[in-house]
Ligand binder design. Structure first.
Ligand SMILES: [Zn+2]
Length: 237
């Protein structure tokens, strides 16, 4: 589909809990459900079925919330999934992480200049981190981290004011608190996605570009880079 796309600019200002793209538009999905696939193959020895369960539970945290019109739908596993703009929403594990080792996971979103999200990709860093599927001490809990990342995929940014928020920017090893949304997360999600409008289409179609290329558009509207980060909490002495 010919669309000018803008890569999401991460890191909202402190206190700002929604994301805007580089055109200044609020990131949002204009229709539900949000379908995604997962590639659970990993070199970390994580049981794939259990990892998948953690992924689905993480998206489910945003789906079954009163007053919030978000509906994530898992559409199956597939091997060889990777990032990039292809209008496939995917969750996958990265065995050779090219970025900062501090990052637990990274969610990229692609949106039109009006902020309509067209694609998200969620990468889990199994290169630099040891993961747990059960909140074990000393390990990073997968569901904990991914619940946070599924918030980013909705267009939510970091809530730096509330430690108890799922969208708080850091997590500690063994932490499972982010598996469950705080009221702060619910409030932001409900603001972006009021339940009564969950099934309505905005009617505002994406702007046309005349570009018929598959994948990345050729119009120069794509501004690459800018990542959504999820850092490990630094221990305070
Ligand atoms: Zn984050």
């Amino acid at each position: 589909m010919p669309l000018p796309l803008l890569f999401a600019v991460a890191l909202a200002a402190p206190g700002d809990t929604v994301l805007r793209n580089s055109a200044g538009s609020l990131l949002h999905w204009d229709s539900m459900p949000i379908s995604y696939q997962a590639d659970t193959e990993n070199s970390a020895g994580l049981d794939q079925e259990s990892a998948l369960s953690a992924i689905v539970s993480a998206s489910g945290a945003w789906t079954e919330v009163q007053g919030v019109g978000v509906d994530y739908r898992f559409r199956g596993t597939q091997t060889g999934l990777h990032g990039g703009y292809d209008q496939q929403n995917v969750v996958f594990f990265v065995d050779e992480w090219g970025g900062s080792a501090d990052l637990l996971a990274l969610t990229s979103t692609w949106s039109t200049d009006d902020g309509t999200i067209k694609d998200f990709d969620m990468a889990v860093n199994v290169d630099n981190h040891d993961w747990s599927l059960a909140g074990e001490p000393g390990l990073d809990d997968l569901q904990n981290a991914l619940t946070h990342e599924f918030g980013h995929a909705l267009g939510l940014g970091h809530d730096e004011l509330h430690h108890e928020a799922t969208m708080y920017p850091t997590a500690g090893v063994g932490e499972v608190d982010k598996r469950d949304l705080s009221q702060y997360d619910v409030d932001v999600a409900a603001w972006l996605y009021p339940a009564s409008e969950a099934s309505e289409d905005s009617g505002a179609g994406p702007p046309s570009s005349g570009c018929d290329a598959v994948g990345l558009p050729s119009l120069g509207a794509v501004l690459p880079a800018a990542l959504l980060l999820f850092r490990r909490r630094k221990e305070v002495p």
